[in-house]
Design a protein around this ligand. Structure first.
Ligand SMILES: NC(=O)C1=CN([C@@H]2O[C@H](COP(=O)(O)OP(=O)(O)OC[C@H]3O[C@@H](n4cnc5c(N)ncnc54)[C@H](OP(=O)(O)O)[C@@H]3O)[C@@H](O)[C@H]2O)C=CC1
Ligand SMILES: O=C1O[C@H](COP(=O)(O)O)[C@@H](O)[C@H](O)[C@H]1O
Length: 517
């Protein structure tokens, strides 16, 4: 493992040498899909790279009786990317793993969990062996959140001075009411400092970069407002449908699945004012402040769609959303949505923020597109397209600014081009940690910058809840779009008419890394 890693590396090195306390990371729901595909692989990478406190153990907890070493070796291994020369390290990782079978609703099980953690803590080489810092990752269905969190807090919290931290996965409720109820429940059991609501988009490199790009560059600071910016578009696209998990998806739909959380989180980082400092509370204060100025979405602000099979497609592409046997017949759940949000504050009044997301589209892409106003008093007879700053979150992280330049040669004509920061070229060979790696490490470090605070969550639900309720009550039929297409064409019209977005259709990108000199 090279010594590069990420911004928190200095702190991380310090942390890994910290031997004052043993840490026990408990995976609640250890036998499940999330644990298998994401959590255990992430723990392995953090362990492999020596980023965790030296005395850290992992305890799986679930109802099924499993042999944890076999589970890690046989079920999780395919997601762990273990290189041949890492086998010995992997064996060491296996030795750090434990497992306990227990229920999600009986006190006795959580008393056993407490005893097991104390027992594991004694294996640690640290001075303070009577207990351990405890991190609980709730990789569980929402139906058991309430009982698990209650029983954890009553029976399995760490004894002082050790800390307890609880990582909660979405969905954080289904609307404002249910989310507030869940938050109120959690707040009777844990302090805000103990709760880590994970939104994995906040762990992505380019999402984390937003704060640096915005607040470390004078050139952006002065133009980041309604005087210069015409509109902002934040897009999430996936080239696959429900893949047989339609039953789960149908309960939520695309708005709850990615818009109310991931895309709105990105929006708040783009739109917030400068925080007083890098401190988590200061940053989250600014995010909440801007969210509070966003009016609730109305039906007229959105276009919803649902994919139908593509008769000319391959395999899955032939199957529409309603063809998935796990989707209830006649479902009106949107798999595509384009919404235009307004921000009623001094900086952004009149600048539409377009959120666009969909499944079964033409590509995998998450990006932020900031479109600037046309040049006033343009001397080039309006031949120049608007400047656009694009921050591509995935795939292939990049930041590029579309500009006009003089066409090289004997003329005076502008031509569209770009200032291009393509990560794989500029930062070739740099280690790019997975979102979960950064976020789980943040929990060890006690950094809540990239986790969703209670008031932030409530604001996010406030914006979307009236629309979600209206959709559920009125059940408008989503507009069909073909699997593998760009989505609902009416969305382009909404983007232009309400969103003020201008697609010039003139830009051609030339990948300069492929040019021969
Ligand atoms: N560093 C790098 O790697 C760089 C790569 N590029 C690549 O060059 C290509 C083109 O660049 P890009 O910035 O996308 O510029 P384009 O002007 O081609 O596209 C702009 C956006 O407009 C949307 N769009 C496409 N068709 C329509 C339409 N008919 N009506 C309305 N909107 C439309 C697309 O979004 P959607 O379909 O999602 O709605 C697209 O993201 C991309 O593949 C990009 O990745 C460019 C610069 C740098
Ligand atoms: O939260 C979710 O995100 C994934 C997409 O995550 P990504 O990191 O692969 O972009 C999405 O597929 C899923 O439906 C949603 O619940």
């Amino acid at each position: 493992m090279s010594e590069n890693i990420f911004s928190t590396f200095q702190t991380v090195v310090h942390l890994s040498e910290d031997c004052r306390s043993t840490h026990v990371f408990v995976v609640m729901g250890a036998s499940g899909d999330l644990a298998k595909k994401k959590i255990y692989p992430t723990l392995w990478w953090l362990y492999r790279d020596n980023l965790l406190p030296s005395s850290t153990f992992f305890l799986g907890y679930a109802r099924s009786s499993i042999e944890i070493k076999d589970f890690l070796n046989q079920k999780c291994r395919q997601y762990m990317k273990i290189k041949p020369d890492e086998e010995q390290r992997f064996q060491e990782f296996l030795e750090k793993n434990f497992y306990l079978t227990g229920s999600y609703d009986k006190s006795e099980s959580f008393v056993q969990l407490d005893l097991k953690i104390v027992e594991i803590a004694k294996l640690g080489k640290c001075e303070n062996v009577e207990d351990a810092n405890r991190i609980f990752y709730l990789a569980l269905p929402p139906s058991v959140y309430t009982s698990v969190t209650k029983l954890l807090s009553q029976n399995s919290k760490a004894r002082k001075p050790h800390f307890t931290r609880v990582i909660v996965e979405k969905p954080f409720g289904k609307d404002l009411k249910s989310s507030n109820e869940l938050s109120a429940h959690l707040s009777t059991l844990f302090t805000e400092e103990e709760i880590y609501r994970i939104d994995h988009y906040l762990g992505k490199e380019m999402v984390q970069n937003l704060i640096v790009l915005r607040f470390a560059n004078q050139i952006f600071k002065r133009i980041w407002n309604r005087d210069s910016i015409e509109c902002v578009m934040i897009t999430f696209k996936e080239p696959f449908g429900t893949q047989g998990r339609g039953g789960y998806f149908d309960e939520f739909g695309i708005i709850r699945d990615v818009m109310q959380n991931h895309l709105l989180q990105i929006l708040s980082l783009i739109a917030m004012d400068s925080p007083v400092s890098k401190n988590a509370e200061e940053i989250r204060n600014e995010k909440v402040k801007v969210l509070r100025t966003i009016p609730e979405l109305k039906m007229s602000d959105v276009i919803i769609g649902q994919y139908v099979g593509n008769p000319n497609g391959q395999g899955d592409e032939k199957m529409g959303y309603l063809d998935d046997p796990t989707v209830p017949a006649g479902s009106t759940t949107p798999t595509f949505c384009c919404a235009v949000l307004k921000i009623k504050n001094e900086r952004w009044d009149g600048v539409p923020f377009i959120l666009k997301s969909g499944k079964a589209l033409n590509e995998r892409k998450a990006e932020i597109r900031i479109q600037f106003k046309e040049v006033p008093g343009d001397i080039f007879d309006n031949t120049c397209a608007r400047n656009e700053l694009v921050i591509r979150v995935q795939p292939d992280e990049a930041v590029y600014m579309k500009i006009s330049t003089k066409k090289p040669g004997m003329n005076f004509d502008p031509v569209e081009t770009e200032l291009d920061l393509t990560y794989k070229h500029r930062y070739e060979g740099e280690y790019m940690p997975d979102a979960y790696e950064r976020l789980i490490l943040d929990v060890f470090l006690g950094s809540q910058i990239n986790f969703v605070r209670t008031d932030e969550l409530a604001e996010a639900w406030r914006i979307f809840t009236p629309l979600l309720h209206q959709l559920e009550q009125q059940k408008p039929k989503p507009i069909p779009y073909v699997y593998g297409s760009r989505g609902v064409p009416d969305a382009d019209e909404l983007c232009t008419r309400v969103g003020k977005y201008n697609y010039s259709n003139t830009y051609v990108w030339k990948d300069s890394s492929k040019s021969k000199i």
